[in-house]
Ligand binder design. Structure first.
Ligand code: ADP
Length: 167
């Protein structure tokens, strides 16, 4: 019989969270009802151009998720599969919004599986309400003076305003 994917039913939700939005938080809330514990992994990729620093992205996630009992925020600079192996976690959560997400996510899921065959990627479909929300769109709207109160937590909206005020 094939080995089961997880004993502890912990799962990792990795992402840039640049910044965290209600779309991310919805995926976290729903997966926290399925898994015993969710580790929100704030990642760093040297090829990516982030708007917020690694520290700021992590702090915003910690602040926005402080009310969830079984959610922990961790930052990680390295390969996702290394984090999984080091922490004996075999489940990765990702969110899907549109077809273009699927192409990228499929490639990533296959690459991760090739690097670590014991892991599995679980996909959650975005809630209708959040399907059009992305970190980049939120930043664009704030840049042009728009209101994103219904897209990101208040403390994130404040950080966004500060970011574009100083630029
Ligand atoms: P990455 O740079 O790793 O893609 P993101 O922070 O952009 O990091 O996204 C992390 C994950 O959250 C991805 O799987 C992405 O598809 C998903 N996601 C982002 N926004 C939403 C949303 N509004 N609804 C559902 N899933 C989302």
């Amino acid at each position: 019989m094939k080995k089961k994917v997880s004993d502890s039913m912990e799962a990792v939700y990795p992402g840039s969270f640049d910044p965290i939005t209600y779309g991310h938080i919805d995926i976290i809330e729903r997966s926290a009802e399925i898994f015993e514990k969710i580790i929100v992994l704030v990642t760093y990729n040297v090829r990516k151009n982030y708007s917020f620093s690694f520290k700021e992205r992590t702090e915003m996630a910690i602040d926005s998720l402080k009310d969830f009992k079984n959610v922990e925020v961790v930052s990680h600079d390295g390969l996702l599969v290394d984090f999984l192996k080091q922490n004996s976690i075999k489940v990765v959560i990702r969110g899907l919004r549109v077809i273009s997400d699927f192409e990228h996510e499929l490639q990533m899921a296959h690459a991760n599986k090739a690097l670590y065959n014991n892991m599995e990627t679980f996909f959650l479909m975005t809630d209708n309400e959040y399907s059009y929300i992305s970190s980049s769109m939120v930043k664009e709207i704030v840049q042009f003076g728009g209101d994103v109160a219904s897209w990101v937590p208040e403390e994130v909206a404040v950080k966004l305003k500060e970011l574009y005020k100083s630029n």
